[in-house]
Design a protein around this ligand. Sequence first.
Ligand SMILES: Cc1ncc(COP(=O)(O)O)c(C=O)c1O
Length: 422
Amino acid sequence: MTFDVQQARSHFSALKSGFIFADNAGGSQCAKDVADKVYDYLLNTNVQLGADYSVSVLSTTKVTVEAPKVAAKLFNCSPDEIIFGPSSSANMENLARSLDASIEAGDEFILTGEHEANNGPFKKLAARTGAVVKFWRPTPTNPSNPYSVALKTDELLPLITSKTRIIAFTACSNILGSIVPVKEVVEAARKAAKKEGADKVQFSVDCVAYAPHRLIDVKDWDIDYCVFSFYKVYGPHTSALYVRQHTLDKLSSIVHHFLKVDTKAHKLQPGGPGYELVYGTTGVVPYLESLTPEGTLKATFAAIAEHEQTLVEPLLKFLTAPAQVERGVRVVGREEAGLTRVPTISFVVVGQKPLKSKAVVDFFDKKGGIGIRYGHFYAYGLIDNLEPKIDPEDAVIRISLVHYNTVEEVTAIIETLKEALS
Ligand SMILES: Cc1ncc(COP(=O)(O)O)c(C=O)c1O
């Protein structure tokens, strides 16, 4: 697999400063190809959509034809199944609102209690309709580290009953960094649901922390809803939501009553999305496709996965070395590297000489040159359910890398970690 990290880096102006961006799960840098599109839109076609004069016709094409076509490539779906919104949180809240009329008291939702974006809207939907919420929680994978948690399919299946309507989980947690085998989970859950006589189960998969690292395939996964945020995938602050066409047809519209959008994705876009940002997203796929000679998303994501292992391995090796374990370092998430692990790595420092996560990050900030962060990262339910308890406000130290990070940067991060932990 050919992957030239320096060529990838050349698309990001901010990387030239030498600052080490290691908070990418919070938001990645934006590729120049994307910024160029935003600039082009604002300076040349910044008019209201839907009019018949030539410039409006051009903007309408950019935003409602070109952008959904590109987003559809990232989901492997039809452009008609794409909804743009300001954020994944807003997209999910809008989706849940449109489900109000189809949920009955006693229906059951199974949530994982990870990032609130794919949890809160369903919890509020349950409160509005009398549905019941159950949790499929991540559990330890290494008996000697209680924080080495991951979702396990076997622990989901017993929660499924004849009343199950929605199963919502992440394809990759923004804290744990391990990839959930979505296709396998959905297949097993559908089988269990059929056995229970549940014939209306829908799957909602949060791909926000997955999309920068692996290729989504909603058709292969056989899911109903999927969301990610372009600002984590080298693009602007906007989000795309996939809704399966036959599901979309049945959802209630949440836009102004006089708009005729009954079967269209627009029915989930109240007020419309930010035009220049939506058009800006069309720069993401060409950037990704430029990363490998094959010029395909499949080849690019395979190369990304391989390169990212060179970042995951030294970090996990350092954090799980006997000296660090003795020091009190505990990885939060799976401890093993491998293709089911992305370079989003969280940990805490407990034991005889515990350290606040804030103190470790403060050390980095004082030293300068590397951006990492601490906290619950809005996966409050996940952090709050870890045992032994950790303070959810202080939560974890997170180092989150992507394909444009280098092995040399990881070495620098490890050197600073050594000082911070000493
Ligand atoms: C896993 C995950 N889901 C959802 C979100 C929310 O995305 P947005 O900020 O676009 O609402 C985030 C943001 O950090 C995330 O990491």
